[in-house]
Design a protein around this ligand. Sequence first.
Ligand code: NAD
Length: 290
Amino acid sequence: MMKTIGIIGAGQMGSGIAHVCALAGFDVRMLDANAEALPKAIQNIDRNIERQVQKGKTSAADKAAAMKRIATSTDYASLGTCDLVIEAATENEAVKREVFKKLCPALKPEAIIASNTSSISITRLAAATDRPAKFIGMHFMNPVPVMALVELIRGIATDDPTFQVIKELTVKLGKSAAVAEDFPAFIVNRILLPMINEAVYTLYEGVGNVESIDTAMKLGANHPMGPLELADFIGLDTCLAVMHVLYDGLADSKYRPCPLLVKYVEAGWLGRKTKRGFYDYSSEKPVPTR
Ligand code: NAD
């Protein structure tokens, strides 16, 4: 029986995952290397569940109960009672390896580890743990409380019971699963990120400005968000990291990250989370920067 879920990384994804797990009745233990991220995550979760209360999607009593089920810590010992730990730390393989090195000794032997990585090989991450059979990719979409999909990725060693438990959990969280094989960036990002990268090339080459590119794809392809707006929403560092994984993992020049995307990341213009990316978010209405 799954009861307690640990979440590593209290950023935008970790907070969203904690939100849906707590509302679904699970006890949640959140951990971040940066102590300041934890109270911020709690604040964000509180605000986002409150929004659902206002819309009548959940009750004030369920919100209060969910918030009470979430505990935070910077100490891996706090994850000792977890039946499952979902890793949602920064999209960097070295960071994730370091996390697993600290996590494994703190866990119960039967605990499952899932990674929310957008693109890194599940088989390779699993090999960095003491339990490759109990390791799986559980790729939530952003924003987690809103998006219906979880991509499930089995590593080469993932066993059937682990896959079944995580598939059932996906349903309990109110989500639908799509199963992807363990190839670079899986399904969603294999298709989505090259489109975003191409939108950045379109900007870089002057084919259009930020506004015309986003308007073109919203009205011309019926996308709910333009690709540059979406890139800012995902985080430009994450977008670049996924393009690197595709480029390196598939060795095909068609995945070459756009130099303009690289430059924005080098400037620290990472999108919404730093208040500047393809749009400037410092005032009420986002303003295109090009
Ligand atoms: P984020 O930058 O918002 O949050 C990352 C968090 O990880 C930060 O709070 C950071 O302090 C923490 N962290 C960094 N190093 C750590 C360590 N060694 N130990 C513990 N915590 C550490 O990033 P995010 O957008 O939430 O992405 C997290 C993961 O989710 C990544 O693997 C990303 O690819 C994946 N993901 C992101 C999206 C998206 O749209 N942003 C969608 C699906 C999956």
